[in-house]
Design a protein. Sequence first.
Length: 710
Amino acid sequence: MSSSDEQSLGVQQSRREFLKSSGGGIAIFVTFGGQLGLLEHTEAQGRTGVPDDFNAFLGIAEDGRVTCLTGKIEMGQGPITSLPQMMAEELGVAFEMVDIVMGDTDLCPWDRGTWGSLTTREFGPLLRAAAAEARGVLLDLASQELRVPVSRLQVKNGVVSDRKNARKRITYGELAKGEPIERHLKLKPELKDVSQFQIMGQPKLRRDSLEKVTGKAKYAADIRLPGMLYAKILRPPAHGATLKKADTSGARKVDGVRLVEDGDLIAVLHELPDVAQDALGRIHAKFDLPPSTLTEQNIHEHLLRVAPKGEVTARGGNVDKAGKLADRMIETRYFDGYVAHAPIETHAALAHIERGKCTVWASTQNPFGARDKVARAIDFSPDRVRVITPFVGGGFGGKTSNMQAVEAARLARTVGRPVQVMRTREEEFFYDTFRPAAVVNIRSGIDGSGRITFWDYEVLFAGQRGAEHFYEIPNHRTVVRPQGWSGGPHPFATGAWRAPANNTNTFARESQMSAMAAAAGADAIEFRLKHLGDPRMIRVLKAAAQRFGWTPAATPSKRGFGVACGIDAGTYVAAIAEVAVDARSGEVEVKRVLSAQEMGIVVNPQGATIQMEGCVTMGLGYALSEEVHFRGGQILDTNFHRYEIPRFSGVPKIETLLVEANDIAPQGGGEPAIVVMGAVIANAIHDATGARLKRMPMTPARVMAAMEEA
């Protein structure tokens, strides 16, 4: 491999070597909360993790180009664009002058992972603070070089000049001088006010757009190294299966195949992936299967039987007394099935051990977690493992376990050559950590004037996120059984799925709200506004209604209109949908969706809009078609011919509205707009047909059954 190839792949290159190869440059050592400078601290303590407020670092090369280094990764959510916007704004350089390196454990500061819509609202302020302090350091250096007080200096596009004499000027690149400069500011500078923004708040085309639409973007499975082998691994037929014996003699007879039997890991490797796959098929294995009668048809009965005692997470007034005083009580049980992450890119990793160091290119949401897991698996210290994260083709919470990275590293250690592990689509479904099946029980009542008198909410197995309501209800109780969304008596692994728990909880809560509006003979939006006191939610709901052109009408109105509200990651969302339902087949056509979102200061309006559109599209899947089919621990979905994700032909007219709130810090944007999709479609179906859908996904068969019941 040439040196240029090694540099492009990031092989065995330290942080300082990287900065030097980028043009010498200046390293700004920033301080947060009186702690050590960022680079110094991460180099000293990165093996065990560092406080979150050390999640920023930047470098400036002699030519003035700025490098932003972040442990966050790019999996379609857009920080490859928005983070450079933040840095450029606070540092005082052109957006086009900021490069970014993401998810490289040797070059980037420690980060716990990319999830929870935390990149902008948690990492963003630290990045801006680092850039602001770097700007202050550079002004101090310029003051010395120009012999001009800092108070007379100004910065524009990386050039520092004297306000009274424009000929006195020096660039950030000239201040760098090709040598690292370490300096701190005693006083932490204030971040720019929104009124001063010139780059933040401006719509920017995503930087990875051209690469991705032309197919030039590199993912973990696209990385190639000389001498690498493709691995195919023996997998069990069901979760909980135990291997009794394996006859590998057939695989050994295939020319060029390397067979590895390392405890629980049996793999065949070859320079050609199809040959490795053929050799794998020649292994005759026998497994003991665990007895189980669970399927997607009876799983909810099982969950109701085994649910643990709940914990009250919110309470007000007296629910039991208020229940006796309600003029009308509505008691409903809602169901949700298992949902797969189903990313277009399956899990992949390439591992290479050379000169005592293991480098892994991995499709992962948490590079540092992958590094530590690999280190433990191959008995290396963490500083001898480097994880590099190329583009990730979708994660949604599902690319966090890093099993493929561990497998690739173990095999590379055994055979002494680079090894790539890439899951098949069947393996992707099998090893997914599904969004858990769940049950929600709601008892609620209204009085003669149509006001909610009490709200008794209990969620089983989905989790707490989004469970607590935001309406003004005098008597209420929220019970969560259990607190988390993973573990428990599921027949396979479950875990976080884009806005974990909130999709299920919002489906139940907002369906119940519309059911109460119907019972009161009220318009669904007016009923909600009647019970709202939060000005942010009132603002976003009114904005959505106005943009949609909503006219009040009691539901069901036969128009096929639905509304739902939600809060996630600090962002407020209101969605309105229009559907048509085929009375003969139960097919639901979603014709139009308006998504209004108030997320505080918007860093990149174009990026936020794209995220909202993606949430609406992905939300159609869990609402209408996506459900995991299984028999005990055996996953019956092996590809998209059975597990149906949204297709372009089914995407409705999508309208987005960003509600301005520049007095609020930037909030999360990667997940909020998806949480309302189940409820808004269910409510639209009810408005069109009078049928209340209580289980997701709302398949044609379930729609037909609900219409017959109605």
